[in-house]
Design a protein around this ligand. Structure first.
Ligand code: ZN
Length: 151
């Protein structure tokens, strides 16, 4: 079944993540936490002399199979690409890379690396927009009662 093949691909990226580690002198760094699952991903980028192209990329952190696999796939995809092109990466591209059905909770895992990348690009003139334009994702959380206990 195709599902097994996709899962195996994700497990392969999880067990042997591509581009995992640190750069000596990253030009750009961005981090993102996904508190729902405990995923923490930091993306480090080094640019070419003209600051237009991603020469090298590493990511590090800790997370579930989906978050690590998506970071592994995403960093493989953007390595060597111009920033102008990378900034056009959409959440749908990440979902396509993973190629499995993702629940709303799992989508947050999958997008942790993309948001870390967006944070890294936030200070450049090629920012990355991670919103999907729908805005339905936050609807449930807004009305939840506060978990804090009055002292
Ligand atoms: Zn996760």
């Amino acid at each position: 079944m195709a599902w097994d093949m996709y899962q195996e691909r994700i497990l392969d990226h999880y067990k042997r993540p591509r581009n995992f580690g640190h750069l000596d002198h990253p030009d750009l760094t961005g981090s993102e936490n996904n508190p729902l699952c405990g995923d923490r991903i930091t993306v480090e980028l080094s640019l070419d002399g003209a600051k237009k192209t991603i020469q090298d990329v590493k990511f590090n952190g800790d997370g579930c199979a989906i978050s690590v696999a998506s970071a592994s796939m995403l960093t493989s995809k953007i390595k060597g690409q111009p920033l102008a092109q990378v900034s056009k990466t959409h959440r749908q591209d990440v979902e396509k890379m993973l190629a499995i059905p993702l629940s709303p909770v799992r989508i947050k895992c999958a997008l942790t690396s993309l948001k870390a990348l967006a944070n890294a690009l936030g200070a450049t003139d090629t920012p990355l927009d991670t919103s999907d334009g729908g805005g339905e994702a936050e609807a449930g959380a807004a009305s939840a009662p506060s978990a804090g206990n009055p002292a």
